[in-house]
Design a protein around this ligand. Structure first.
Ligand code: AMP
Length: 135
């Protein structure tokens, strides 16, 4: 059975794409806790992040690093925070969250409501800052 994130990778379900390589995909979280909240995933369907083989896991973190740099350039903030939950979607993913204060990484607070146009503009701004080879 394919996960909702595999359907996003295949294009069956739409997403606000930020970056893509042969093996990885980055897109905006649809229920963001901060403006620019991004998810990075392996295209390969593996439930638990720490079950990825070493090569796939290290590649995902390098892809996340490039995405975090682009995100910080597009959405100025003190740091890009990182979270791994995976309680909702059984497809490994890393949350990248622009942070200015500790409270910015609270998953229990009400989610931001953004328009389609706002999502598109944020995704485009991050994509424009993405540098280097995606592999
Ligand atoms: P978790 O598995 O607990 O890390 O949470 C899954 C995350 O995926 C949540 O932050 C959701 O808002 C996000 N999410 C679920 N479905 C979609 C989707 N179709 N597009 C973008 N983000 C999603």
């Amino acid at each position: 059975m394919s996960t909702i994130f595999s359907k996003i990778v295949s294009g069956e379900i739409p997403s606000y794409r930020v970056a893509e390589s042969d093996r990885y995909y980055a897109f905006l979280d649809i229920n963001p806790i901060a403006k620019g909240h991004t998810l990075v995933i392996p295209k390969k369907e593996v439930d638990y992040l720490f079950d990825l083989d070493e090569e796939a896991l290290s590649g995902l973190w390098i892809f996340a690093q490039k995405t975090a740099k682009a995100l910080q350039a597009a959405v100025p903030c003190k740091r890009i925070g990182v979270a791994v939950l995976g309680l909702e979607v059984p497809h490994a993913h890393i949350h990248l969250i622009p942070l200015n204060r500790e409270a910015d990484v609270d998953f229990k607070k009400p989610k931001l409501k953004l328009t389609k146009e706002e999502f598109e503009n944020i995704a485009k701004a991050i994509a424009a800052k993405w540098e280097g080879e995606a592999n």
